[in-house]
Design a protein around this ligand. Structure first.
Ligand SMILES: [Zn+2]
Length: 660
């Protein structure tokens, strides 16, 4: 028996031919038979809700993990697949320059595998010739300028962002980058020797594919490794980067030139068509100082090796088969343990999505997001917002003074549901019917120009909940409150709480990096977040490899605050629909089903290699801990399932965390 009921309104809609996001067979409609009653919810909520699901849903060979989230993304891939197939079929006849035509041609050109294979690496030969012709460090810098202007970037990251001191306005921002391995640690720690070796072999093989001789390729790979190791040594860790003061460092162009006398920021900005008035963020000055030294003292031949390899590696997914396969052998297999490459249509669709995602989203919403869904989601957002407001007002550890500021910030959380008010304009993006590589490049350049054109313009702080997430297991406008509040309700609460996590709490209601806390309140906040850090540090998904509590603190704070707000929002909703409160379906109360729905979102498993990369790079904790961590801190969870002190899902009083 399903444990989420369909509302009568939904039945009427279904009879009227309005199809929703989910039907009886889709994910999220948890059958009571899917619950593992051999595992007590008080011992392990994740096991109780997800053990049977995980056993019945092995990881597909073209994936590195598989869970409710991935099932959802697979489902929306299928829906998008239909859209792009139809667009490709109609593209030639579609209105010239329309989004349908662009999407159709881009997809079609990518699916013409014979043409892509026939071209070999011809599309990047002009780039490789330019790299071969570099003679001096000035040439290297000029090459980087041109590469950025073409949307391909280079040895650091560059784009627009809100000014941390004046968030109304967007500024240019340059940040550390340039590494081929997942984090700086991979270049130095003994435990990553295997990954380093695999990367070096990958560099050799990639270069060899473009006709570089075996010995030369080995030598060049060595140069690339040395160069990247030096960049890594000057880079901050992901945990260090969580601190806003390590994300922003405002300088004038003249000051930046003092840090980097061999680079020249003015010609760089001119080439990007970016006007910098007062200055920009040279976000990690230590990294850029080292990079500048490297322009001066790394031999041009080594820079050429680095640029050559990254040009080929970055282009490989869109080149002929040998390039795609080598790219996958390292990035997919060696690093993440993925067994098989995904089907070509999925990879091409990913490229279309990467290039014209919002245009694809516009077509998707038109077909998959009825106005009824938007209306129901709007009610949910309001309930969760109001619940969070009430929670802030009632916080027993925060002074009235700080609360006032926290509430002022709460006022600014006004998310958009399903799709933006105004869709992006794709005029100016030229897509050809028959040149996949040129299309991917054109889309990247268009996107880069769109991003840097924001410099000097007002910031758009809108938070969007995209239509793609507004379906099972998160949301179904036809389902009852337990599913929706435990699913998307917790997600909405999560996003709202980000405004008050380890990073968000350092920004005020205007989005400026400003301390709005009293010292005493800040100390209390940090004592609470420390407990949550400790809780996650103790989780050990792989033998000897723990979750990084500091790296994941922001997400874990958001999960905990989000679930608490969603639970309170459910109480608000039940007051409006008292006939639902207390009613059991197949033996489970509304509140029990709320927690079951929450845990189901986090069902899934992951390959050990992919897990290891994520432990180092992903600010989100592994799914199985997200299912249990927040509920185990909530007395209402214990009460809902009748858990007792000493049960694994009931954290002891002095370890239990409540923040928001
Ligand atoms: Zn988050």
């Amino acid at each position: 028996m399903k444990i989420f009921r369909i509302k009568p309104l939904a039945l009427a809609l279904a009879l009227a031919g309005v199809t929703g996001a989910a039907n009886a067979e889709s994910v999220g409609w948890i059958q009571s038979s899917e619950l593992d009653t051999g595992i007590s919810a008080c011992a392990d909520l994740n096991g109780f809700v997800n053990a049977k699901w995980v056993a019945a849903n092995p990881i597909p060979s073209d994936r590195t993990r598989w869970g409710a989230f991935d099932q959802l993304s697979e489902k929306s891939l299928d829906a998008q697949h239909e859209i792009v197939e139809a667009a490709a079929k109609n593209a030639d006849a579609a209105k010239a320059g329309s989004n349908e035509q662009k999407i159709g041609w881009m997809y079609h050109s990518g699916m013409d595998e014979a043409a892509v294979d026939k071209a070999g690496f011809d599309p990047i030969k002009p780039d490789l010739a330019r790299i071969a012709a570099l003679k001096s460090d000035k040439d290297v810098v000029a090459h980087l300028r041109a590469s950025f202007a073409d949307g391909r970037g280079g040895v650091f990251r560059f784009g627009s962002r809100a000014d941390y001191n004046d968030a109304k306005t967007q500024i240019a921002s340059a940040g550390q980058g340039g590494l081929g391995l997942p984090t700086p640690d991979y270049y130095s720690k003994p435990e990553y020797a295997e990954q380093r070796k695999a990367y070096e072999d990958h560099i050799v093989k990639t270069l060899t594919l473009t006709g570089v001789g075996a010995d030369a390729a080995r030598k060049q790979a060595d140069a690339v490794m040395k160069l990247e190791t030096r960049l890594a040594g000057a880079s901050l860790s992901r945990v260090e980067l969580r601190d806003p003061k390590n994300q922003y460092h405002f300088v004038s162009v003249a000051e930046a030139d003092q840090v980097m006398p061999h680079f020249g920021w003015q010609p760089f900005f001119a080439a990007q068509h970016v006007t910098v008035e007062k200055g920009f963020s040279l976000s990690q000055p230590k990294f850029f100082a080292e990079l500048d030294k490297m322009f001066a003292d790394v031999p041009v031949a080594d820079w050429q090796a680095y640029l050559r390899f990254h040009t080929v590696d970055g282009a490989s997914p869109f080149l002929s088969k040998p390039f795609q396969e080598e790219h996958f052998a390292f990035h997919g297999q060696a690093l993440n343990g993925q067994k098989e490459q995904s089907a070509r249509w999925k990879r091409v669709l990913e490229a279309v999505d990467g290039g014209m995602g919002m245009a694809l989203g516009e077509l998707y919403v038109a077909q998959n997001f009825p106005p009824q869904a938007k209306a129901r989601a709007k009610v949910l957002v309001d309930d969760v917002r109001n619940a969070l407001r009430a929670r802030i007002e009632k916080l027993d550890w925060m002074s009235a003074e700080t609360k006032k500021k926290a509430l002022a910030k709460w006022d600014t959380f006004l998310p958009k549901i399903g799709y933006p008010d105004k869709w992006r304009d794709w005029a100016g993006l030229a897509i050809k019917p028959d040149n996949y590589f040129a299309n991917v490049r054109a889309a990247r350049k268009f996107d880069y120009e769109y991003d840097v054109a924001k410099v000097g313009k007002p910031t758009d702080h809108t938070i969007n909940f995209p239509a793609a997430i507004l379906q099972a297991p998160f949301f179904d406008f036809k389902a009852d409150d337990a599913l929706n509040y435990g699913g998307i309700g917790a997600v909405i609460g999560h996003e709202a709480t980000h405004g008050y996590d380890d990073q968000g709490s350092k920004f005020d209601q205007d989005g400026n990096n400003n301390n709005w806390w009293t010292d005493e309140d800040r100390a209390k906040f940090e004592a609470r977040t420390q407990k949550l850090t400790d809780q996650f540090d103790a989780y050990e998904p792989l033998p000897g490899k723990h979750v990084n509590g500091k790296l994941t603190l922001g997400e874990n704070t958001a999960d905990l605050g989000g679930l608490n707000a969603a639970y309170d929002a459910l109480q608000l909703a039940l007051k409006k629909n008292p006939q639902e409160a207390g009613a059991k379906i197949d033996g489970y109360t509304e509140e029990q089903r709320f927690f079951i729905a929450f845990a189901r979102v986090w069902s899934g498993s992951i390959l050990p290699k992919a897990q290891e990369v994520r432990l180092n790079t992903d600010p989100h904790a592994p799914a199985q801990y997200r299912a249990i961590a927040a509920p185990s801190n909530m007395p209402v969870f214990a009460r809902t399932f009748g858990c007792k002190a000493g049960d694994a899902m009931v954290r002891e009083d002095d370890l239990r965390v409540t923040i928001w």
